[in-house]
Design a protein around this ligand. Structure first.
Ligand SMILES: O=c1ccn([C@@H]2O[C@H](COP(=O)(O)OP(=O)(O)O[C@H]3O[C@H](CO)[C@@H](O)[C@H](O)[C@H]3O)[C@@H](O)[C@H]2O)c(=O)[nH]1
Ligand SMILES: [Mn+2]
Length: 722
């Protein structure tokens, strides 16, 4: 072994500028202490609004402290893929790639096969890749699309590899490269893609018997079977042992397997976690690769080297044996310039998760995560854990394809998990809306570490929701799942005690306590405006020294958040939108998440998983591209947002009237802070007023919401003024 053989396969660097950050944090803490001193010294006796506000401030401070811990010492990792290839090219482990889809209408098969094709074209020995598609929609349309993809891959993979193109999802590639750089072959492959697109039916009626005759697999769909009621279907579309399973250059193709686990109305299917567990079992029968990559159907591979990146972590001689999973950030390619719904997860990806990583291991957040199979299946870490990568452990199949498929069907049946540890100690955990976060936490509590890897060229690109309601519902699912974990036996502060570092336990709370944020925020939005109407002052006078800490903390917090957002590549307007969305999320998603968790713990509701739609109608997507906020649906969430926006508008106007019309400057000085607060809330809510009163398009606020919230707001204000 030469000198070079001892160099690590990855290195980690701490972020710079930490001293400045720590000074800033210390000064903020001082500011906050002064605020509490003011609250204590000036507390008017028996005023509940004051006590409430103080409590809200205590909460904000506690939560802010957690967010600082998450920012304390972020690390970034860098991989050395050449060293990997130099040392291990021959013994690179096989990878099973899981793609989950659940509904052919809101997750169009064409999108799914683009994800599949991008996975098949990874820069990795193709004989070591196995792609498994889990179709919870149990749809023949999906199956047909996959059949087409298996044929197209014969052309697509050699094309990708010869010209080293990126990204390797055909639709994303052609969208980014309008003009051909490589003429002839480029046009021919593009034509093939377009033809394939035309052949894939979008409606079941278009799937003719003639098309179905192309593959024996269609016989698996029994008469009367539906999304929620059908037998297990496992079809190996590309069998690597088959001599014809080669691309146009004669290279082996990655294996491709279609799986629709059995669904019966009387059996709970446990959403994505259930699908993943079925895939873990089915794949163990077919390829049993040691590394598993999970991709959501809407998230294609944007970087053909990601598998090699992940291997640099797993195969590192020094630290690799303890790493259970490598999570790539989730990036989105359908965001608008200023990201109206703040879906980019910009700061979370660039700052927070790296911080969690240094505090003991990042979160598992679903799509874009590489796992070791055994850790996902419940194995605990022990000091002697060592992996022998040289030992070839890919399964060599001897069974015929029919026998294999039959065996797999049993593994994908409803009854298989009965009386087993699946969903508990094995595989992904059930019963939580964020199966990923809870599973990742449990893995870390078994002694493993994890890595967050955020390379220059993004690893995965997905679709973010494109309407306000979809965004809020998605956030609600996340906040609900997270809060559920906090209240469960897996609460990191208890379950993690002695198992993971304390700073990681607390860091987890940054997300697990999202839902609780609703109360303090709701209070801050609803009560100061109420008191403004009554003429009750809740903050120090403008001329008082006590005003300074408030101003400092407020400006400091937002200036910092702006800097962070801007330096991680956001725009000014994007930051403003981000602030608005945080407010809306707290006022609606978190509130509903909180209530649902409480109701669930009392046994009134069940965990649900509302799948985010990946399609939007023409009209709505035009508005999305123009960054016009989309309301256009009735939802109690909109009622809350509109009512609060109006309440603040009325209070602000009343305050302005005092100052300007009545020239009551004394009153201004007393209530200035509240007026500023209301004024800012009004400013940030401009899109709501537009949606309520000024817009004519289909995306405006439904008139029922307008009426209801106006009446409510007027009632609230009348109550305050009397
Ligand atoms: O019954 C179900 C429901 C969903 N899915 C799949 O789960 C994935 C995620 O669903 P989506 O509606 O796109 O949710 P997102 O909020 O975008 O997903 C994020 O949040 C989820 C947890 O809430 C994680 O599982 C995901 O990996 C993460 O990207 C999709 O591929 C779905 O097809 C299933 O396979 N079966
Ligand atoms: Mn998604």
């Amino acid at each position: 072994m030469g000198e070079a053989d001892h160099l690590p396969l990855f290195e980690s660097k701490a972020a710079k500028g930490r001293v400045l950050f720590k000074l800033y944090a210390a000064s903020m803490v001082m500011g906050m202490c002064l605020i509490f001193a003011f609250r204590a010294i000036h507390a008017p006796s028996g005023r509940y609004s004051w006590i409430g506000l103080s409590m809200a401030e205590v909460w904000f401070t506690l939560y802010w402290l957690i967010t600082q811990l998450v920012r304390w010492n972020p690390v970034h990792h860098y991989t050395f893929k050449q060293r990997l290839s130099h040392r291990y090219e021959k013994v690179l482990p096989g990878v099973d790639i899981f793609v989950c889809t659940a509904d052919p209408v809101i997750e169009p098969p064409l999108m799914v096969i683009n994800t599949v094709l991008s996975a098949m074209a990874y820069d990795y020995p193709p004989e070591k890749l196995n792609i498994y598609v889990s179709d919870d929609g149990g749809s023949e349309l999906m199956f047909y699309a996959l059949l087409e993809a298996s044929r197209f891959s014969k052309y697509w993979i050699p094309f990708c590899k010869r010209y080293k193109i990126e990204p390797r999802s055909p639709s994303a590639y052609f969208a980014q490269h309008h003009v051909s750089p490589i003429t002839n072959e480029w046009s021919s492959i593009k034509n093939k893609y377009e033809e394939m697109k035309k052949r894939i039916p979008t409606k079941l009626e278009e799937l003719t018997q003639e098309l179905k005759n192309e593959h024996r697999g269609f016989q698996e769909w029994e008469v009367g079977s539906s999304k929620h009621n059908h037998q297990a279907i496992v079809q190996i579309l590309i069998d690597q042992r088959d001599p014809i399973a080669v691309d146009t250059q004669g290279n082996t193709l990655p294996a491709l397997v279609y799986v629709a686990r059995e669904k019966r109305p009387e059996w709970h299917h446990n959403f994505k976690a259930g699908a993943m567990n079925a895939l873990i079992r089915v794949s163990s029968q077919i390829s049993n690769n040691r590394i598993i990559l999970n991709m959501d159907c809407d998230m294609y591979s944007n970087n053909s080297e990601s598998i090699r990146d992940a291997m640099c972590f797993f195969m590192d001689e020094q630290k690799g044996h303890r790493i259970a999973f490598v999570q790539f950030p989730q990036n989105f390619d359908n965001l608008t310039t200023n990201d109206v719904y703040s879906n980019s997860l910009r700061v979370i990806n660039a700052v927070e998760i790296g911080g969690l990583d240094s505090n003991g291991g990042c979160l598992y957040i679903g799509s874009g995560c590489f796992h070791r199979r055994d850790t996902l299946c419940g194995r605990s870490y022990s000091k002697d854990t060592r992996f022998d990568w040289d030992k070839e452990n890919q399964k060599t199949m001897i069974e015929g394809i029919d026998v294999l498929e039959k065996a797999c069907k049993i593994l994908a049946s409803c009854t298989y998990e009965q009386m087993t540890q699946w969903g508990k100690e094995m595989g992904l955990k059930y019963g939580c809306a964020v199966e990923d976060v809870i599973t990742g936490l449990a893995i870390k509590c078994r002694g493993w570490r994890s890595v967050h890897f955020n390379p220059e060229r993004k690893g995965f690109m997905g679709l973010a929701p494109t309407t306000l309601l979809q965004t809020l519902i998605q956030t609600k699912r996340w906040a609900e799942g997270d809060f559920q974990i906090f209240l469960s036996k897996y609460c990191p502060l208890i379950y993690g005690h002695g198992r993971i570092p304390l700073k990681l336990q607390i860091s987890y709370c940054c997300y697990l306590l999202w839902a609780l944020n609703c109360w303090a925020t709701l209070y801050y939005v609803a009560v100061p405006s109420y008191c403004l109407l009554r003429g009750i002052s809740l903050f120090p006078k403008l001329s008082s020294y006590w005003f300074l800490p408030f101003a400092y903390v407020f400006v400091g917090k937002y200036a910092y958040s702006f800097g962070e957002f801007y330096w991680t590549g956001g725009t000014v307007k994007g930051w403003w939108n981000d602030q608005r969305m945080w407010l809306y999320r707290r006022l609606t998603s978190y509130l509903f998440a909180f209530s649902d968790v409480v109701l669930k713990s009392m046994g009134f509701t069940n965990t649900n998983f509302i799948i985010t739609s990946k399609v939007a109608d023409e009209d709505a997507s035009q508005r999305y591209n123009r960054e016009i906020m989309e309301f256009g649906a009735t939802s109690p969430m909109f009622n809350i947002l509109s009512t609060l926006a109006l309440v603040n508008l009325f209070s602000f106007l009343k305050g302005v009237k005092w100052v300007i019309v009545d020239s009551n400057t004394n009153c201004f000085s007393e209530l200035a802070a509240q007026m500023i607060l209301c004024g800012l809330i009004v400013l940030i809510n401009l899109p709501i007023y537009q949606g309520l009163f000024f817009r004519k398009d289909k995306g405006r606020m439904p008139s029922s919401v307008t009426y209801q919230s106006t009446i409510l707001a007027i009632l609230y204000c009348t109550l305050a003024s009397t």
